[in-house]
Design a protein around this ligand. Structure first.
Ligand code: THU
Length: 133
């Protein structure tokens, strides 16, 4: 992935953030996942009056990809709505790990400045499909 592709993915995440439904936390998040064939799926966080029922932006985006037949996710961009770069929560690290432990994870702040990680670095020794034997 070159720098242009990375900033394009961050832009898609910023656009998706506009759809966030976050009346309880007030923290809007957008995400975009890039698949090997170049397709991009976006998502936002969707909260719920029953708080634990809410879902994070990156899980929404990844579930959309898988639900459209794309499991080959190679990168994910996540942008929050604060000055802090938004790193994926533990549940989302595990959810994404299922599909590509080595995917690139771009963690952005409200303005789209981002830091780059490998998912395997964010979830060392992760439990994946191969762990079931
Ligand atoms: N959130 C995400 O959507 N992705 C993350 O990686 C971190 C947290 C959401 C969940 C909740 O709706 C809000 O941010 C505050 O935690």
């Amino acid at each position: 992935m070159n720098d242009k592709e990375k900033s394009d993915l961050i832009k898609r995440a910023i656009e998706a953030r506009a759809f966030a439904y976050a009346p309880y936390s007030g923290f809007s998040v957008g995400a975009a996942v890039l698949c090997a064939d170049g397709s991009v799926f976006t998502g936002c966080n969707v909260e719920n009056a029953s708080y634990p029922c809410g879902i994070c932006a990156e899980r929404t985006a990844a579930a959309k990809a898988v639900g459209e037949g794309r499991r080959d996710i190679i990168a994910a961009a996540i942008v929050g709505s604060s000055a802090e770069k938004c790193t994926p929560c533990g549940v989302c690290r595990q959810f994404l790990f299922e599909f590509a432990p080595d995917m690139i994870v771009l963690c952005g702040d409200k303005d789209g400045n981002y830091a780059e990680y490998k998912l395997s670095g964010l979830l060392p020794e992760g439990f994946g499909p191969g762990s079931l034997g």
